[in-house]
Design a protein around this ligand. Structure first.
Ligand code: NAD
Ligand code: UDP
Length: 332
């Protein structure tokens, strides 16, 4: 299939591109490089021996997007392009709504115009807010507290409404838990600009000596060691989930599915610190600090539906996630 990947030079997008090429799909990427580097294309080429077709523009440029759909016969779209920092979304809500929601509307309009009705969308566990119980199943109430989360909720709703108006669409809403790790080649991974917001990239920089210590946000949660618990999922496992979603449509036709992509296992901040120390052989200095505003105590998926519908089963545990993150960090 010819698959258009929006945000394909980004962290999850680049790993998904590699897996798509591996199983024989033709990949066309559109990315405005606002949070990724064009050198990722060289890395993808080294890993796969194939250089994907690449367009560098913002998906909000409808004319350029229209031209792209005219030039290539697109069979399906995987839509990663978005701004993704929760904290930044609180200070720049308009930019987040404009980029994530307006960008998506333009993409969906152009898809409709060209009769391309197959899409896999990057949603997030953030749409569950602070769940009443765990593990989280897909039918839990949706709620969120920040513009980033709202943008995901709105786009999910847009896609549900599109499907309700025209049942010839095939739509997968994939709700990711906490993607971490890197490709085993050490060539692609997560390398945020500035101070990392997320736990594992921060730990990686402490391990490499770039930062002195990790600040552990909260040690008084009702968890086994008082620190926050999350469902970390290896980015390659996550990438494979997208290929399985596309395959699902081949066998099941037009449907809208909503699926959690997580492992079903929760690790605390200190569990991750310990696993990273073991994987890297480095000491991770940390300091306990008050809770970070907006954080919840525990979040992990019930991955049963993903397994049942997509055959999704994660292969990599926390040790491999830390090891691959470390090998990528050392290779930077
Ligand atoms: P990323 O920032 O590494 O990748 C996103 C890519 O989209 C970047 O390369 C960026 O340059 C591009 N982009 C952004 N806006 C664009 C626009 N208007 N036009 C064209 N390109 C644009 O992020 P990621 O971690 O790979 O996340 C991919 C998707 O998964 C995002 O939608 C994100 O919200 C979602 N998600 C990520 C996580 C996570 O923890 N990484 C968790 C849940 C959901
Ligand atoms: N965290 C931390 N220090 C950091 C970054 C994160 O203690 O520098 C904690 C955070 O409070 C949460 C967990 O690590 O309990 C995962 O946070 P992350 O930002 O990676 O993902 P989130 O689940 O918040 O999207």
């Amino acid at each position: 299939m010819n698959i258009l990947i929006t945000g394909g030079t980004g962290y999850i997008g680049s790993h998904t591109v590699v897996e798509l090429i591996k199983v024989g799909h033709n990949v066309i990427i559109v990315d405005n490089l606002c949070n990724s580097d064009i050198k990722v294309l060289d890395k993808i080429e080294i890993i796969t021996n194939i250089r994907p077709i690449f367009y560098s523009f913002d998906i909000k440029y409808s004319t350029l997007l229209d031209d792209l759909f005219t030039k290539h016969k697109i069979d399906a779209v995987i839509h990663f392009a978005a701004l993704k920092s929760v904290g930044e979304s609180v200070t720049m809500p308009l930019e987040y709504y404009e980029n994530n929601i307006s960008g998506s509307i333009i993409l969906f309009e152009i898809m409709k115009k060209h009769n391309v009705k197959k899409i896999v969308f990057s949603s997030s566990a953030t749409v569950y807010g602070d769940p009443a119980t765990i593990p989280i199943t897909e039918d839990f109430p949706l709620q969120t507290t920040n513009p980033y989360g709202f943008s995901k909720l709105v786009i999910e709703q847009l896609l549900r409404d599109i499907y309700n108006s025209d049942k010839s669409w095939s739509i997968a809403l994939l709700r990711y838990f906490n993607p971490v790790g890197a490709h085993q080649s050490c060539l692609i991974g997560e390398n945020p600009n500035g101070i990392p917001n997320n736990l594992m990239p921060y730990i990686a920089q402490v391990a490499s000596g770039k930062r002195d210590f990790l600040t552990v946000f909260g040690s008084d949660y009702n968890t086994h060691d008082g620190t926050g618990v999350r469902d970390y999922i290896h980015v390659v496992d996550l990438a494979i989930g997208h290929i399985q979603a596309l395959k699902y449509f081949e066998t099941h036709g037009c449907e809208l599915i909503t699926v959690n992509l997580g492992t079903g296992v929760g690790y605390s901040v200190l569990d991750v610190v310990n696993a990273y120390q073991k994987a890297s052989g480095q000491t991770i200095n940390y300091r306990l600090a008050p809770r970070r505003h907006g954080d919840i105590a525990i979040c992990y998926a019930n991955p049963t539906l993903a397994n049942k519908l997509l055959g999704f089963k994660t292969q990599f545990g926390i040790e491999q996630m830390c090891l691959d993150s470390w090998n990528f960090q050392k290779n930077l």
